[in-house]
Design a protein around this ligand. Structure first.
Ligand code: PLP
Ligand code: CA
Length: 304
């Protein structure tokens, strides 16, 4: 039955939904901020939810910062009561995966920003040092002998040499292949976009003939991280709020959570309806249960 979901809700319906949930999972970009600017009303909404005793967590695929930088960013944008323990980024969850799931012994070759490497280092995971001469080729560099994982994240200093080295390490079937996330692209202001980690991961999947294990949304792993750090997380008591159908809504569906699409980000209401009306059952995992124009719509729900 293709017509479940995509329910646009307002004041009293939002209030009833929030009353039924004790865990609110927020995607970040497109839901609570756009880059360096908080979405209007988001500060008030997050504060009100926390004051009402809700467990609020943030689930972001952005791997470019360690968690303490997110705390600073939240503060800078006015979210002064957000704590480190509430932040689940694909960089932090990648470190947890390497340390606690595969219990890596050896080094990680990272394609990513310094923030990702810093998060791994804080978890005690050694990364291969990157100090290449920009004119070097794959012939000029020694490959580290003990690389046990390649981790691909967002890298704004990507070079062909990094891709070449990662491809070499992935020849070893015992070298684990991880992606922080597989987001295809990210919106910037003025209609520009940035290619996301998904595009870099795709390049290495082709080069290696292998498939990366994905840490971030829509993979369930981030929810497992949340469940292991908070007691009594019951999927039926959780609401996942996001702006991208193919990451956030699918993540919610994969984890058995109710989902809400907010229209302040990437995906449009019409795209959600198309998935809802699709005859392909797999498409229904992208359909949000609920839709709001913006999370600022929660404010009216609190005030009634
Ligand atoms: N990764 C990068 C590099 C980004 O710039 C963004 C959004 O700006 C994201 C991931 C997506 O973040 P989120 O999951 O918070 O929407
Ligand atoms: Ca988002």
């Amino acid at each position: 039955f293709g017509f479940k979901g995509c329910q646009k809700i307002r004041g009293p319906q939002i209030r009833n939904l929030l009353a039924a949930k004790d865990f609110i999972l927020f995607d970040c970009d497109g839901v609570i901020w756009h880059g360096e600017k908080a979405i209007t009303g988001a500060v008030k909404v997050v504060k009100a939810l926390i004051q009402r005793g809700k467990n609020v967590v943030f689930v972001t695929n952005n791997s470019t910062r360690p968690r303490e930088n997110y705390v600073l960013k939240f503060c800078r944008l006015g979210f002064t009561d957000v704590m480190l323990e509430q932040i689940f980024s694909s960089s932090y969850c990648s470190a947890l995966y390497l340390r606690d799931v595969i219990k890596i012994c050896g080094q990680v070759f990272v394609i990513g920003c310094d923030g990702l490497r810093r998060e791994l280092q804080e978890a005690g995971i050694p990364c291969v040092e990157e100090a290449d001469d920009p004119n070097a080729t794959i012939y000029d560099c020694a490959l580290a002998p003990d690389v046990k994982a390649v981790l691909v994240g967002h890298d704004d200093k990507l070079t062909f040499l990094k891709l070449a080295k990662a491809s070499c390490y992935l020849r070893d079937p015992d070298c684990v292949f991880l992606a922080t996330d597989t987001d295809p692209w990210h919106p910037l202001s003025g209609g520009r976009i940035l290619p996301g980690s998904g595009s870099l991961t795709a390049a290495l999947e082709v080069a290696s003939g292998r498939k990366a294990t994905v840490i971030g949304k829509p993979s369930r792993f981030m929810f497992e991280c949340i469940s292991s750090q908070f007691s009594g997380v019951d999927p039926s008591q959780c609401l996942m709020i996001g702006d991208r159908l193919e990451t956030d809504m699918l993540f919610g569906s994969n984890c058995g959570l109710d989902t809400m699409l907010t229209l302040t980000g990437v995906s449009q209401f019409e795209e959600a309806q198309e998935y809802r009306n699709s005859e392909q059952t797999a498409d229904h995992s992208f359909v949000p249960d609920y839709v709001v124009d913006t999370i600022a719509d929660f404010i009216a729900a609190f005030e009634e």
